[in-house]
Design a protein around this ligand. Sequence first.
Ligand code: SF4
Ligand code: SF4
Length: 365
Amino acid sequence: MESSIAKEAVKKYLNTLKETKRRNPYLKPIIGFYGGEPLLNFDLIKEVINYAKKIYKGCFFTLTTNGILLRKEIADFLAQNEVAIAVSLNGQREEHDRLRVFPDHSGSFDIILKNLINLSEKYSDYYKKFCSIIVCYDYGSDIIEMSRFFDKQADLLKVARVNMISDSFGRWYKRYSKEDKEKFFERMEYCKQMYFEHLKRGNENRFLSALIGTPYTLILNRSINILYSLTRPKFLPFTATCVPGTKVAVDPDGNLHCCEKMNYNFPIGNVQKWLEIEKIGILVEKYNSEITKDCLNCCVKRLCPLCFALTAGIEKFEKEPADVCEKIRKSIKKQFEEVWSLLEDGVDLFDIVTQKGYKQGGVFL
Ligand code: SF4
Ligand code: SF4
């Protein structure tokens, strides 16, 4: 990305924010850096942060990185500017190096761990408050070993999110056999039982909380005494999707998108004009006609996770796989059963609802 594009985006964003703050004076600007790997263009990041701080006091910065370049002057700069970093680390060496490799197929685990240890020793307070770990897994992952690894390393590695590698519109999971999947689900069931044991004993395990507990949080936090229609904007009445423009992702050519997870096929403006209301209107109409037609009577509409990013195809929004609604309903029903079983067993679920683990990580306060 050219620095002129990045700076124009920051300027427009901060100007728009001044308007928005009239309605919500507590709103804080957050500028995040994503890739590929954003630290490959560290000079640009430095320039943007210095520029944003010059034109607006009180910006908060985030960066999602693979952690390989987190050393020397890069680490110093991020710590000095209190940039919240989320480092992708998939678990123990064997698991991490299975997928996160250099072009010559050598693994990256040792480099990342060393960088994190150095950062935590040099900037202990910053590290505790602003550094967290994002974990990815797929059917080939040994999630039991991952859980043991993160439990042992709990002081150094604060797990914030655990995500399954997304397969929407992709072929990633074609590499796994039926047996691989069965083995994975057996491990998942084992992790679930471990998580329930932790809950019953009041122990904390961040990895298991993020892996198993996140949907329970959504169930326990759902609004039950408020009309559903009051919990969503009228023009986007169903699913979890955001209002386009609430968050803005800028691609290297200066086009704007709903978020960094969205493909580039549905731009909602560009850095010159900023948000274009006509494009947003078309996007919302398209989404409603292509995705939410059957939602009115759906029993899980309060908890449905679908959104623009998860359904954006090449020219239209699509449910992928085609039976995704059935799968969502089945999985949410199972989560309800599990939550109620835990409550019947007398487990105090308060910690799940308040997401104590996340709060201690600092970044998600
Ligand atoms: S992930 Fe979905 S709901 Fe979240 S910001 Fe992106 S498009 Fe919106
Ligand atoms: S599961 Fe399908 S029908 Fe139900 S709310 Fe989600 S998108 Fe709509």
